[in-house]
Design a protein around this ligand. Structure first.
Ligand code: AMP
Ligand code: FE
Ligand code: FE
Ligand code: ZN
Length: 287
């Protein structure tokens, strides 16, 4: 792998990854990945650590967020790159994220409560084993692993955590169009993550993708392990027709998923386009 590899989608313990920011940056350095985007679910909590550790490991970091949203009843993960820090009181996105995180806590508590009647799991165990502010089903999975009920997250999702499970509870997410407009207003660049993942039951139509593009979405994550070749081809064509940025990424979750850093990559020109379209005070962290 070249020293210049660019991977624009990664997670840490600030959401549902298993590496700290420092461990993520060390792994990037050791694997020859020159640039990563830090995109924890619904939080910017890792950004400060990225700024602190980037110089030590010599890795460029693009600050980002993977925003959980819904459009027409379909879950949509929207990557927000170089968007205004949500601690800035003028941030439009901040309000949505704060309420999404609060709803995540309530929902996860409710799922754990339902499961506790049948399985050795309780909220106390979960909170002592979860480090970030953005809690979710992967943390329930880790608690089930810790209690010896399942051997990995995949098994936990299949047996207990899918939307068809009696334990499943929804949480409140912002409407995708509102999130995209907020990202644009905050000077960030909105890129849809794994839009046509082969793991999902229903996915956005091309017309719905058009609605997001009309709202200001600027790019499509095309190269992702959950996209088959056919999906990649069509998404690439849609991006081309609409003058959108094409990205590729690992969606690294440490030990939480088999995804390896930079298993899919983004071209330098695409990163340059993201930087050119961003207008917030947030900049790429360069060591
Ligand atoms: P939540 O946002 O709490 O509903 O959890 C969704 C997250 O769980 C996604 O962002 C994925 O990272 C993770 N996830 C979904 N399915 C699986 C799976 N089969 N194995 C591991 N992680 C998964
Ligand atoms: Fe995740
Ligand atoms: Fe995602
Ligand atoms: Zn992700």
């Amino acid at each position: 792998m070249s020293r210049d590899a660019i991977d624009l989608h990664t997670h840490t313990i600030h959401s549902d990854g298993t590496s700290s920011v420092e461990e993520l940056l060390r792994a990037a350095a050791e694997n020859g990945v020159g640039t990563i985007a830090l995109t924890d679910h619904d939080t910017t909590d890792g950004w400060d650590e990225a700024a602190r550790y980037a110089p030590r490991y010599g890795v460029n970091v693009v600050p980002g967020i993977e925003v959980s949203t819904a459009h027409g009843g379909i879950g949509v993960h929207m990557l927000a790159y170089l968007t205004k820090d949500t601690r800035d009181e003028t941030s439009q996105l901040a309000r949505f994220l704060a309420s999404a995180r609060a709803s995540r806590v309530e929902r996860t508590k409710e799922m754990v409560e339902r499961m506790s009647h049948d399985l050795p799991i309780d909220w106390e165990y979960l909170v002592t084993h979860c480090h970030g502010s953005s809690v979710g089903r992967p943390h329930i999975a880790d608690a089930l692993i810790g209690r010896g009920v399942v051997s990995n997250r995949e098994e936990a999702f299949t047996r207990f955590l899918s939307p068809s499970s009696p334990y499943y509870v929804k949480y409140r997410m912002p409407a995708t169009l509102d999130a995209v407009r907020a990202i644009v207003a905050d000077g960030g660049v909105a890129v849809i993550a794994h839009a046509w993942s082969d793991r999902r039951r229903d996915r956005l139509s091309e017309q719905q993708l058009g609605e997001l593009i009309a709202a200001g979405m600027r790019g499509i994550e095309v190269d992702h392990r959950e996209h088959r070749e056919e999906e990649r081809r069509r998404l690439r064509a849609i991006a081309h027709e609409n003058d959108l940025i094409v990205t590729g990424s690992s969606d690294y979750h440490g030990l939480g998923k088999p995804n390896r850093l930079a298993e899919n990559q983004t071209a330098p020109e695409a990163l340059a386009a993201i930087i050119a379209h961003a207008s917030s005070p947030t900049e790429v962290i360069r060591p």
